[in-house]
Design a protein around this ligand. Structure first.
Ligand SMILES: *Cc1c(COP(=O)(O)O)cnc(C)c1O
Length: 366
């Protein structure tokens, strides 16, 4: 028997989440963001659930090749654009749209030989100060692109730093409006948090929304709102089994570093899952976990291949009991990935993306 750990990708949840996002931003076209191997879900595994999107957005040219190899003939957008001049040949060959965030990318386009002109997404730095043209240089970049025979359509994009938080989007949105005022072209500004919070505003949702994390069923503004609040379902379950259960006396400690000591007698379960599977090593004692669908907590340090859990709330548990690290548990139970990420000081994104190669993954249909 193989080691009992397994991840499941829920095709129906991906489809459901896209529908929730379309409701949140009615009439907008929707990019499925599949960078980072579809946020750790696997592009090929997620494709069936995401093909109802209007396009696929990603970073890596090899990922774009994979989406084309799946038979996708619609739009594909490179969110960081090209990295060197010859990438433009791949764009021409695969019909990729690409972001343009810097002068070098325009220089490369100007010397690119192509029969079919490209569609580009000109990126404004509206305040995140990562990629994009500053507001005072945006129109000059637009004019340069518009004069190139290699370019046939220019769309306008920016990215929000605080769509999920208290600061919000107002300041960056004002910068975007001012910098793009009167320029022709489709608009795309909303990530997941902006799509869910502002998608009812026709101007903000624009022509294309770019929700990544929400499509995978994690809430972009947890803990303010959980995934259920936004009508999202987990697209990934990480599940394993207890491989041992034993009693520990008061005063005994568990695992490396002896960082947890029982103050009363306890039953402890050992789960076949550790940081080499992608479970965060910095998960503290008390991180939630489901055993046979019952919520309990981790105890002590996460090791490479195992974690230990408190069986007090689930006295019937024994070796072979099902353990849900995140996602869908037995009998309709659920452990949102965000509730696991938070005590670990991280976000659902990082846990999904870190799912390790050694974990077998299955795709569940309806
Ligand atoms: C990753 C990414 C997104 C999606 O962000 P989420 O927070 O996952 O919704 C949108 N736009 C760009 C440019 C990105 O790089």
């Amino acid at each position: 028997m193989p080691r009992p750990i397994q991840a499941t990708i829920h095709t129906a949840a991906l489809r459901h989440n896209l529908a929730s996002l379309r409701t949140a931003a009615p009439g907008a076209r929707l990019w499925a963001i599949v960078k980072a191997n579809a946020y750790g879900h696997g592009i090929e595994r997620a494709y069936e659930g995401l093909r109802g999107a209007d396009g696929f957005a990603l970073l890596d040219l090899a990922e774009a090749e994979r989406v084309r190899a799946l038979g996708w003939r619609g739009p594909i957008l490179l969110l960081e654009g090209v990295f060197e001049p010859r990438d433009l040949e791949t764009c021409s060959r695969l019909g990729l749209w690409h972001a343009v965030h810097g002068d070098a990318q325009i220089d490369w386009l100007a010397t690119h030989k192509t029969h079919a002109p490209h569609r580009v997404f000109l990126k404004l730095n509206s305040g995140m100060n990562r990629l994009g043209f500053s507001p005072d240089r945006f129109r000059a970049a637009y004019a340069r692109l518009a004069a190139l025979p290699q370019v046939d359509e220019i769309s306008l994009m920016t990215h929000f730093s605080d769509a999920d938080g208290d600061k919000g989007i107002a300041a960056q949105w004002a910068v975007f409006q001012h910098a793009t005022d009167g320029l022709p072209g489709e608009r795309s500004v909303c990530n997941s948090a902006a799509t869910l919070r502002h998608g009812q505003d026709a101007a903000v949702r624009g022509d294309w929304v770019r929700p990544g994390i929400a499509a995978y069923g994690s809430s972009p503004d947890f803990p303010r709102h959980g995934a259920a609040h936004w009508g999202l379902r987990p697209a990934m379950t990480l599940e394993s089994k207890l491989i041992a259960a034993s009693a520990v006396q008061a005063g005994e400690s568990i695992g490396y570093g002896s960082i947890f000591t029982a103050d009363a007698p306890l039953r402890v379960g050992v789960v076949a899952c550790g940081y080499a599977d992608g479970y965060p090593r910095h998960a503290p004692t008390g991180t939630p976990v489901l055993v046979d669908g019952v919520r309990t907590r981790t105890l002590g340090r996460v090791s490479m291949d195992m974690i230990t859990v408190d069986l007090t709330p689930v006295p019937a548990a024994q070796a072979g009991s099902v353990v849900t690290l995140w996602g869908e548990g037995p009998h309709g139970t659920r452990l949102p990935i965000d509730e696991v990420a938070q005590p670990c000081g991280t976000v659902g994104y990082e846990l999904m993306c870190a799912l390790a190669q050694r974990v077998p993954v299955v795709v569940a249909g309806e």
